[in-house]
Design a protein. Structure first.
Lengths: 403, 302
């Protein structure tokens, strides 16, 4: 899985040992540490052998982006600078990745939207950039609060999209993410999303791998497309540029290229299953009532399940880890016994519920909710209330409903 | 890249495209003294292209590619527009990604190459049209200069959006009637060469591509200064003969008319003090090298 095997066991200039990634993630000793999500991002990047990180301030990812600057000052990253906007930053990331660097960046909310034109270009250019998305509101009036609506816009860019629940997910998936997205048969960018503030600004116990062990460096010559460094022969790429041609060969070329991107997402499935131990996690999926969720909605769902158990309602849980690749078979299998599938989400449109409705047989089983958005929290009680109301059980009165 | 990298296995030689065989046999990668005079006697780094007949941009491309001091270690960055029709036929690595982000791409690229190849020369050259450089990409053009990114920015100024059919651009002359300027453009041609100087460029030239020797000189200077000191900017007039109502054979004359002393493309140059010093050193070395070669030649013939 790793790059050139001879690198393993040697040291980088900071004295970190390039370690077999599987050993690093699954065998190396872990140390429990009490960190904010932003600090966890920094600690993961410290171990990721990144060549270039490009930063831009936007809440709630600014702290993480600045902390990685400290890593650069300490010599853990090849280069680091602040770009002028998210659009520019994502283009700068592309330039660095075209040049054969392992690239890391972070963004959030309106920044994700501003940079959007870059993402299909990243995928189409087969650049395995990793972008942390600490989701926040993108609506007007201006909001900086937690809201996951921006993920919906990322789902059709051709990027891999993963949704972390906890800081521990974040730490592990940053490192594992490079292993998946840099595979020659994948070689796609990864949007590693989390719910801003809930994950970035809260402290949690995270089990860290040793700081003196790191991932092997990225090998750009394993890319399925040439690295733009003039170290391999330049040839003219095509007789006619396809952009201007209105003919079948041109259309077929563009079509097959797009199909190849989506085929690469499909091929990432086996690597993602290998590294993440499956695309979903499940608990008690033989229950008739299920909660299917991603991100911190999973944590709230887990708490709601505990409350429901106290009242004698048995409820199972499906944690969706990867949104692209989409765990279609896994979700069908996990929900086959469910009579009711609840999808709690931190956004107004319920994009996850729509994906699940399009996946499972008898989609009337899918209850799109509860939804909170605009920065509202999701107390487990409202999940409990939604479930009980649907099941015809008496539910407590929610504040503000005047009943 | 050394020239050995482009060699073809003997067993596969006959099935390689003839233009690649030509690149191996007679391209000027690694030639110390390469320049526009190699055109005609060596394989050019540009193949057939799909620009209009007589397009001055095609001349500019040929002169520039003949003049790059170090094509075997140069990566070019383009943008959307007529130039993006040519780049697929250019035998140096080149990147097209989006419209207007060329200086951002080049910033990331140059830094990645510096991280990956410390101590080695890897030149980055941006080549984009005036819409990409001055309108949609102005922010990234300027910010790369503010940051003192070490690459060359070349703007092919045809004073309009040619590829989309002749719309008004920021570098269009005031009063010119064009698509999207139905009563004539209402504001002056943006003074990017002056802005480039104020933004931190160390070598700025505004000229036409009517003279290949001049193009060769400014390209070499711009690449050397960018490599050693900081950002450089060339604004080259490559008129869109189609959109200004000229015929195929009139491009050269259009450039000659526009470079007269009172015209907007009269040769203008700005060189910072450190760049002056560097160029003087390079000129002295060049002179020394030529004298030594001459001496060697006369000894050999004696």
């Amino acid at each position: 899985m790793a790059t050139h095997p001879s690198v393993i066991g040697t040291q980088n200039k900071k004295g970190q040992t390039y370690t077999d990634p599987w050993k690093l993630m699954y065998e190396a000793q872990r140390t429990p540490s009490f960190f904010t999500g932003s600090e966890v991002i920094k600690e993961a990047v410290r171990r990721a052998s990144c060549d270039v990180m490009i930063a831009y301030p936007i809440t709630p990812q600014s702290e993480a982006a600045a902390l990685i600057g400290e890593l650069f000052a300490e010599g853990y990253i090849g280069d680091y600078f602040r770009g002028e906007s998210e659009f520019a930053v994502m283009s700068q990331c592309a330039g660095a990745a075209f040049g054969g660097a392992r690239v890391f960046t972070t963004t959030a909310g309106p920044g994700t939207m501003r940079a959007m034109e870059n993402f299909p270009m990243w995928a189409g250019s087969r650049l395995p950039i990793q972008m942390i998305v600490t989701c926040r509101g993108i609506n007007s009036p201006l909001s900086i609060q937690p809201d996951t609506l921006e993920i919906a816009y990322l789902l059709n860019t051709g990027m891999l999209v993963w949704h972390a629940e906890t800081a521990q997910d974040f730490f592990d998936w940053i490192l594992k993410g490079y292993m998946v997205s840099e595979e020659p048969d994948v070689h796609l960018p990864l949007a590693l999303c989390c719910d801003g503030f809930f994950v970035t600004h809260t402290k949690d116990v995270v089990n860290l791998t040793p700081a003196d062990m790191c991932l092997p460096p990225y090998d750009p010559y394993r890319s399925p497309v040439p690295c733009m460094d003039m170290e391999c022969p330049p040839v003219r790429m095509m007789r006619d540029p396809f952009v201007m041609k209105s003919n079948y060969i041109s259309y077929a070329t563009h079509a097959s290229w797009q199909q190849e991107i989506w085929a690469a997402i499909e091929r990432s499935r086996k690597h993602s299953i290998h590294w993440l131990n499956g695309l979903i996690d499940t608990e008690n999926v033989d229950a008739e009532v299920l909660i299917v969720a991603s991100g911190t909605a999973v944590s709230q769902g887990r708490e709601a399940i505990r409350l429901l158990e106290e009242e004698g309602v048995r409820c199972g849980l499906v944690k969706v880890k990867t949104l692209r690749p989409w765990p279609e078979d896994e979700i069908r299998e996990a929900t086959k016994n469910a009579k009711h599938i609840f999808v709690p989400e931190f956004n107004v449109t319920g994009w996850l519920a729509k994906e699940i409705r399009a996946t499972v047989p008898n989609p009337h089983r899918v209850h799109a909710g509860p939804h909170v958005c605009g920065g509202m929290t999701m107390p487990p009680e409202i999940i409990v209330s939604e479930i009980k109301t649907t099941l015809g059980m008496k539910s407590f009165s929610l504040a503000g409903r005047g009943s | 890249m050394s020239k050995e990298r482009i060699q073809i296995s003997e067993d596969l030689y006959d099935i390689m495209p003839s233009d690649y065989q030509d690149l191996v046999k007679s391209a000027t990668y690694g030639k110390e003294d390469r320049g526009w005079k190699d055109i005609g006697s060596s394989k050019e780094l540009i193949e057939q292209h799909s620009l209009c007949a007589g397009c001055p941009e095609s001349m500019a491309f040929r002169y520039i590619l003949a003049s790059l001091p170090n094509p075997e270690d140069t990566v070019m960055v383009g943008s959307t527009g007529c130039t993006s029709l040519v780049f697929p036929m250019v035998a140096v690595h080149n990147i097209h990604s989006l419209f207007g982000n060329q200086n951002a791409i080049a910033s990331g690229l140059k830094r990645a190459l510096s991280v990956r190849f410390p101590g080695r020369v890897k030149d980055v050259v941006v080549l984009a049209g005036d819409g990409a450089t001055v309108d949609i990409g102005l922010d990234m053009t300027l910010q790369a200069w503010f940051r003192q990114e070490k690459f060359t920015t070349i703007c092919f100024d045809n004073e309009l959006y040619a590829n989309t059919g002749g719309q008004e651009s920021g570098l269009m002359q005031k009063g010119f009637v064009a698509k999207m300027a139905p009563v004539g453009k209402l504001f002056d041609k943006v003074r990017l060469p002056e802005i480039a100087r104020e933004s931190g460029c160390h070598y700025v030239v505004n000229c036409t591509v009517s003279k290949p020797s001049l193009v060769e000189k400014v390209i070499r200077n711009a690449v050397h200064v960018a490599r050693e000191i900081g950002p450089t900017y060339l604004q080259l007039y490559t008129p869109c003969i189609l959109e200004i109502g000229k015929n195929s054979m009139e491009g050269l004359q259009e450039m000659r008319d526009s470079e007269k002393p009172t015209e907007r493309f009269a040769y203008k140059e700005y060189v910072s003090e450190p760049a002056k010093q560097l160029l003087a050193e390079l000129a002295a070395k060049d002179k020394e090298r030529k004298a030594a070669a001459k001496q060697l030649a006369s000894q050999a013939s004696a």
